[in-house]
Design a binder for this molecule. Sequence first.
Ligand SMILES: Cc1cc2nc3c(=O)[nH]c(=O)nc-3n(C[C@H](O)[C@H](O)[C@H](O)COP(=O)(O)OP(=O)(O)OC[C@H]3O[C@@H](n4cnc5c(N)ncnc54)[C@H](O)[C@@H]3O)c2cc1C
Length: 284
Amino acid sequence: MIPADFDYLAPTTLDEAVAALAEHGDDAKIIAGGQSLLPVLRMRLNAPEVLIDVGRIEGLRGIRDDGDALVIGATTTHHTVSGDPLVREHAGLIAKAIEHLADAQVRHRGTFGGALSHADPAGDLGAPVLALGAEFLVVGPGGRRTIAADDFFDDFFTTSMADDELLVEVRIPKYTGWGAHYEKFVRVAHQWPIVAVAAAVRTDGGTIAEARVGLTNMDVTPVRARAVEEALVGLPATDEAVRQAAAIAADGTNPPTDLNGDADYRRHLAAVLTRRAVLAAAEV
Ligand SMILES: Cc1cc2nc3c(=O)[nH]c(=O)nc-3n(C[C@H](O)[C@H](O)[C@H](O)COP(=O)(O)OP(=O)(O)OC[C@H]3O[C@@H](n4cnc5c(N)ncnc54)[C@H](O)[C@@H]3O)c2cc1C
């Protein structure tokens, strides 16, 4: 199908983008890589009057070292993020998750900020950024504010950003020396997961000293498996010990039922994939 008519704006500064958002309000939609938005427009699931293309704003792109954290600009492509040496060294979980995200073509066009703003519960980036305790810097007519990852994902395809706000960058604390693994269960390659688990683990002499675990597609938002994280601390990184801690992965979640599997099947997957992800992450 062909999208409904829209006006197209391509600001070159953040101030211009914010002014355009303020002027057009919920008649406008930001476009970054267009990998999610264009299909939505073509299917006429949304018909904004104005598209604001943020791809020409220089300050939104790139990755920088900010002391105890990395900062990833919203329009940095998945390809750039996953190949970046700083990301691989200090936030390996992000790089690992992106290796499983879509195909090379989408990873070259799609952006880190676009995927997170889209807030698809089956998206591969939500669980890793949640597990790593990222912070989101957003800007709107009222100025800048920071949103903790725990508060960013609000509901099904919904974030806590207002209609007139845009995502500027994501700040990820460094997890230098931690092991990381993203375990994704799919029926078809290069597709969204039925369930996936993001795990980052710090081991000390074969014992799990700290753990971070996030679940993809186990609820209307990505979920942090805090009970599993707590249960893992102090355990030997062995199959038997991790299996017991991983068994509670689905507790408190509300997984969907769809053609790929029902809620019980997803609960089972969550436990199995958590065990695999944690054990793989522990093999630093
Ligand atoms: C064939 C195919 C396979 C895919 N497979 C996967 C997969 O396996 N796993 C997965 O996780 N994803 C997958 N995707 C989705 C893909 O990751 C996303 O489409 C892409 O990352 C979104 O980024 P974008 O820059 O293209 O966003 P856009 O499509 O431009 O925008 C997406 C949404 O975010 C909003 N937005 C964009 N940037 C900002 C910003 N800076 N501030 C506020 N709002 C913003 C837009 O208004 C829009 O609502 C797939 C997509 C395709 C086409």
